[in-house]
Design a protein around this ligand. Structure first.
Ligand code: GLU
Length: 503
C-alpha cells in the first residue's frame, strides 16, 4: 500500500486557469485520491503587480466544475490555515529572518539602478548575467553603514557556489544541476512580500505536503527549493514535474492563446470556457487525464473511480504530450450519449435557456424536451449543439423564407402543393399522434401517390422546423404537437400556393 499523500495545487490569481495547469491539478488530485490522502488548494497571491481581481473566483469555479474537490483550502479552512499566501506574511518574514541569522541568506541593499548598471556591465563585458553577490560578502561594518544610510533591502538565498545538486523527480528520474549555475535568488522583497521560492517552501513544509506536483516549467527552481529545505533542516517532499502540453499540431507548447484544430475549429485554453462551450466535466476530466498518462494501452473512456484506482505518478510520461484536439468533441459526445434522458434534459436546460432566452423553469416544465431529447442525443457533440437543432420548438412561426425550399428534389412546386395537401389531409385524420402512427400514415401516403418517402418527408421537415437538417422527423412531429404541426404545414402550403400563382 502506498502511504496517503498530501498534494496541493497552488495557483496564482494572475490570470485565469490554463488548461495545462488544470491538468496538473488533476494529476495532483488523482494522486491524493489514489493514495487515500488529501488534496489542498493554496492561493499564491504574492505577485501583487499581476493580480487579476476575478481570477480567483474563476479558478475556484473551474476546479469545482471539473470535480477536483479539496480537503483544505482558502474557502473551507483546515488545520494549516490560512491557505492564501498574502495572509501568511509574518511566517515568511520569520523564516527569512531565521535564514539570515543562520547565515543561509543575506540582506542585499542594491538599488534597482545599481542592479541595472551591473547588468549593463555584464552585457558589455560578455559576462554571465546575474546578481554578482556583492552584498553577500559585505562586512558587518559595511552592512551597518548601508543600513545607516536608510537603504531598504531584499533577502537573498546564499546558494552553494560549488558542487552539484540532484532532484529525484518521480516522473523524470534524477535531474542534476550545477550549483555554480544557480542565482542567489531573492526570497523576500523590499515590501516584505516573499517571492515564490520562499513562500512555496515555507508553505509546502508548513502544510505537510508530501508530494510537490507541478508543471515542468518549475523544475529549474527546484534546486533552489532543495537548498532551502536543507538550510531549514526540513524533511524534503518528493517532487514530480508534469510534462508540458503541446499544441494540437505537436509544434510548440500551448500558449495563452486559443488552440486551432487541424480542421480550423477553435478550442479554448482557459478552463472556465469549457463549461460555457458545452463540454461535460466528466468528459473533460477523462480527456485531460489522458494527456501524458494513460490507463492502459487501449482504454480511452473510463470514469473517475477507475482513474483513481489506476493512477500513479510514475506512469506519467515525462515527454511533452500533444493536446489531442480531435478527441475532445468525440469524447464529449460519448459522455453525452451515456446520460439518461432525464439527466440530458437537466444538463441541456441552462444552455437552452441561455441561447434561446427562455427561463429555465419554463424549460423544466416543457414535456416536449423529453420527447425530443432521445432523438437528438446521438447528434450532440456539445451541449451547445442542441439549441440550433431544436429552436423550432420555441418559435411562434417558422420563417421558411424562399418557398422553393419546400419543394423536394425532382418535384415541381405544383406537385409539392399536391403533396402538402395530401400530408395535411392524412395528418388531420390520424387517430393518435405518436411516432409509429405518423410513420405508418406518411409512408402509406407516399406509397399511395407513388412518391419516394423523401418527397413526403422533406416538405414536412421544412414546414415544421424551417431546416433542411433537423432531428428525426417523427419525433419532431410528436414534440411539436398536432396542432402546431398542422398550423405550420398549412402556413407552408399557403405560401407555396401563393408563389405558384404569382409565377
Ligand atoms: N503559483 C505557482 C503557479 O502559479 C505554482 C507553482 C507550484 O505549484 O509550486 O504556477
Amino acid at each position: 500500500m502506498t502511504p496517503p499523500a498530501r498534494t496541493r495545487f497552488a495557483p496564482s490569481p494572475t490570470g485565469y486557469l490554463h488548461i495545462g495547469a488544470a491538468r496538473t491539478a488533476l494529476f495532483a488530485w488523482l494522486y491524493a485520491r489514489h493514495t487515500g490522502g488529501q488534496f489542498i488548494l493554496r492561493i499564491e497571491d504574492t505577485d501583487r503587480k499581476r493580480y487579476v481581481p476575478d481570477a480567483l473566483e474563476k479558478i475556484i469555479d473551474g476546479l469545482q466544475w471539473l470535480g477536483l474537490d479539496w480537503d483544505e483550502g482558502p474557502d473551507i479552512g483546515g488545520p494549516h490555515a490560512p491557505y492564501t499566501q498574502s495572509e501568511r506574511l509574518p511566517k515568511y518574514q520569520e523564516a527569512a529572518d531565521w535564514l539570515v541569522a543562520h547565515g543561509h541568506a543575506y540582506r542585499c541593499y542594491c538599488t534597482p539602478d545599481e542592479l541595472a548598471e551591473m547588468r549593463e556591465k555584464q552585457q558589455a563585458n560578455k559576462e554571465k548575467i546575474g546578481y554578482d553577490r556583492r552584498c553577500r560578502w559585505l562586512t558587518p561594518e559595511e552592512r551597518a553603514a548601508k543600513e545607516a544610510e536608510g537603504r531598504s533591502w531584499v533577502v537573498r538565498l546564499a546558494v552553494p557556489t560549488e558542487g552539484d545538486i540532484t532532484i529525484d523527480d518521480l516522473i523524470r528520474g534524477p535531474v542534476t544541476f550545477n550549483n555554480a549555475e544557480l542565482q542567489d535568488a531573492v526570497l523576500l522583497k523590499a515590501d516584505g512580500y516573499p517571492t515564490y521560492h520562499l513562500a512555496v517552501v515555507v508553505d509546502d513544509h508548513d502544510m505537510a505536503i508530501t508530494h510537490v506536483i507541478r508543471g515542468e516549467e518549475w523544475i529549474s527552481s527546484a534546486p533552489l527549493h532543495v537548498h532551502l529545505y536543507r538550510a531549514f533542516g526540513w524533511e524534503m517532499p518528493l517532487f514530480a514535474h508534469t510534462p508540458s502540453i503541446l499544441k494540437p499540431s505537436g509544434k510548440g507548447k500551448i500558449s495563452k492563446r486559443d488552440l486551432q484544430t487541424p480542421e480550423g475549429a477553435v478550442i479554448p485554453v482557459m478552463l472556465h470556457l469549457y463549461p460555457e462551450m458545452g463540454y461535460l466535466p466528466e468528459a473533460l476530466f477523462n480527456f485531460l487525464s489522458g494527456i501524458g498518462w494513460s490507463l492502459d494501452d487501449h482504454t480511452e473512456i473510463y470514469d473517475r473511480e477507475t482513474a483513481i484506482k489506476h493512477f500513479d505518478l510514475k506512469d506519467i510520461n515525462p515527454g511533452p504530450a500533444r493536446f489531442p484536439a480531435e478527441k475532445l468533441e468525440w469524447m464529449n459526445g460519448v459522455y453525452i450519449r451515456m446520460l439518461s434522458i432525464d439527466e440530458l434534459v437537466q444538463r441541456l436546460i441552462p444552455y437552452l435557456s441561455r441561447d434561446l432566452g427562455i427561463p429555465e423553469e419554463a424549460l423544466a416544465r416543457d414535456q416536449r424536451l423529453r420527447i425530443i431529447a432521445p432523438a437528438i442525443q446521438e447528434r450532440l457533440k456539445k451541449l451547445t449543439d442542441a439549441a440550433p437543432l431544436i429552436d423550432f420548438l420555441y418559435a411562434d412561426e417558422i420563417d421558411i423564407g424562399d418557398p422553393r425550399l419546400l419543394t423536394p428534389r425532382k418535384t415541381t412546386p405544383e406537385q409539392t402543393v399536391d403533396i402538402l395537401t395530401g400530408i395535411i389531409a392524412t395528418l388531420e385524420q390520424v387517430e393518435s399522434w405518436d411516432e409509429e402512427t405518423l410513420e405508418t400514415a406518411l409512408r402509406g401516403l407516399a406509397q399511395e401517390k407513388g412518391l419516394k418517402a423523401g418527397q413526403v418527408f422533406s416538405p414536412i421537415r421544412q414546414a415544421v422546423t424551417g431546416k433542411k437538417v433537423a432531428p428525426p422527423l417523427f419525433a419532431t412531429l410528436v414534440a411539436v404537437g398536432r396542432e402546431t404541426s398542422l398550423r405550420r404545414l398549412n402556413d407552408a402550403l399557403n405560401l407555396l400556393k401563393r408563389s405558384v400563382r404569382e409565377q
